[in-house]
Ligand binder design. Structure first.
Ligand code: S3P
Length: 432
């Protein structure tokens, strides 16, 4: 096998200017799923045309939904959930955990037989976290390794509502159960330990589906069928985070990331950087549906170490790799804890971040549920791997801007999973 490698070079001044980032990954997935279950035509604009979200489109195409995708514009014409047809071939989830978990919730509830598989990374990520609660609702799902892993076979049927206390902090699991509850009979209640991203609860009402939220308790009535809706997807704060951190740690920087989703279950990266002393200004410019959207301005300021734990963690779960890089540039100790979920992401992100940052010269210690980072470190030249994980790859690209010499990154192509134009946008903000 040929492993592709790219050379990343440091820059000798701060980054400045305005930038926009592609559409939110979580909202793009949900738009396609909800619109495919709705009767009528829905239009999605600023859709994230990254590999993960394209997998979700392909899944629903194989279930007979008419989906026309032209770049960031997607038109979905569906006859509704009752008219979905059995997929003729096994459906492929690729690298996408969100597709795998949410689609399993849908398929378990419909009178269809489906087999599903993923790429090598997804095939080792837990599916029992959705299979267990769905089975309590009556689902018939068989999977590899004692119903723990993909591939799975689903013999869908009408499910019954449950009350489920979530043992994991996962918006994907919450959403899978809510979707199954919506399509099934009776009432379904999910109780979270800590609030995770709430796009499902916020978006379903826009498709005409009632959801009741009472603190950490979310209830949905069965037998509801969504109607079509048009969705404008805001910029993804998880993609913006790479530029926010770059500006926060590179002296002389001053940037504004425009039109980013600022749902409070997603803005933990702003809270975390502010705790570290970053100079950040957030302005809400509008709302899309019920979600605030706005601009984030960052000016370089020296950072100091801090503790990241508890309720903050789910609000920045995908940003922890890039936050760890920020911590290498902060004076003193940063502790990241309560983040054991990172072990079951696209790769074991605790191990991957520790390995990559250590190779780059940082002082990072792995903990069972997080990392301890002592700053401030001068980052050096090294050859590192993305672990085929988009967010590790982009973290390395930002690290290279402040390193002493060139960094060699292998397997960078995985960045297309969530941000196909990342290097183009990075180049743009560097050259401004
Ligand atoms: C997501 C939830 C999170 C997140 C993932 C997207 C979603 O995963 O890491 O990138 O869209 O619901 P978990 O539910 O596994 O925490």
């Amino acid at each position: 096998m040929i492993v592709k490698s790219m050379t990343l070079r440091p820059i000798d001044q701060g980054i400045t200017g305005e930038i926009t980032v592609p559409g939110d990954k979580s909202i793009s997935h949900r738009s396609v799923i909800f619109a495919s279950l709705a009767s009528g035509t829905s239009t999605i604009t600023n859709f994230l045309a990254g590999e993960d979200c394209l997998r979700t489109i392909n899944v629903f195409r194989s279930l007979g939904v008419n989906i026309d995708q032209d770049g960031t514009k997607v038109s979905i014409k569906s006859d509704g959930v009752g008219r979905l047809k059995e997929a003729e071939c096994p459906v492929y989830f690729g690298n996408s955990g969100t597709t795998a978990r949410l689609v399993t919730g849908v398929l378990a509830s419909l009178p269809l037989f489906t087999t599903c598989y993923g790429d090598p990374s997804l095939s080792n990520r837990p599916m029992d976290r959705v299979i267990t609660p769905l089975s309590k609702m009556g689902a018939n799902i068989q999977g590899r390794d004692n119903n723990r892993l993909l591939p799975i076979a689903i013999s869908g049927k009408t499910l019954k509502g449950i009350t489920y206390e979530m043992p994991v902090k996962s918006a994907q699991v919450k959403s899978a159960i809510l979707l199954a509850g919506m399509l099934g009979e009776g009432e379904t209640t999910v109780i979270e330990q800590v609030k995770t991203r709430d796009h499902t609860e916020q978006m379903l009402p826009r498709f005409g589906v009632g959801v009741e939220v009472e603190g950490l308790k979310i209830t949905i009535k069965g037998g509801q069928r969504p109607h079509s809706a048009d969705i404008a997807v805001p910029g993804d704060i998880s993609s913006a985070a790479f530029f926010l951190v770059a500006a926060a740690v590179i002296p002389g920087s001053h940037i504004t990331v425009k039109d980013v989703g600022l749902n409070e279950t997603r803005t933990g990266i702003i809270t975390a950087l502010e705790k570290m002393g970053a100079n950040i200004q957030t302005t809400v410019t509008r709302t899309i549906g019920s979600e605030p959207v706005g601009d984030i301005e960052v000016k370089y300021a020296p950072l100091k170490g801090s503790i990241m734990e508890g309720d903050l963690i789910p609000a920045l779960i995908d940003e922890l790799p890039i936050l760890a890089l920020a911590a290498t540039q902060a004076e003193g100790k940063t502790i990241i804890k309560d983040a054991e979920e990172l072990r079951v992401k696209e790769t074991d992100r605790i191990a991957a971040v520790a390995d990559v940052l250590t190779k780059l010269g940082a002082d990072v210690t792995e903990q069972p549920d997080g990392l301890i980072i002592h700053g401030k470190s001068v980052l050096r030249s090294a050859e590192v791997d993305s672990y085929m994980d988009h967010r590790i790859g982009m973290m390395v690209a930002i690290a290279s801007l402040l390193a002493e010499g060139n960094i060699q990154l292998t397997n960078s192509e995985c960045i297309a999973i969530s941000y196909p134009d990342f290097f183009k946008d990075l180049e743009y903000i560097i050259k401004k």
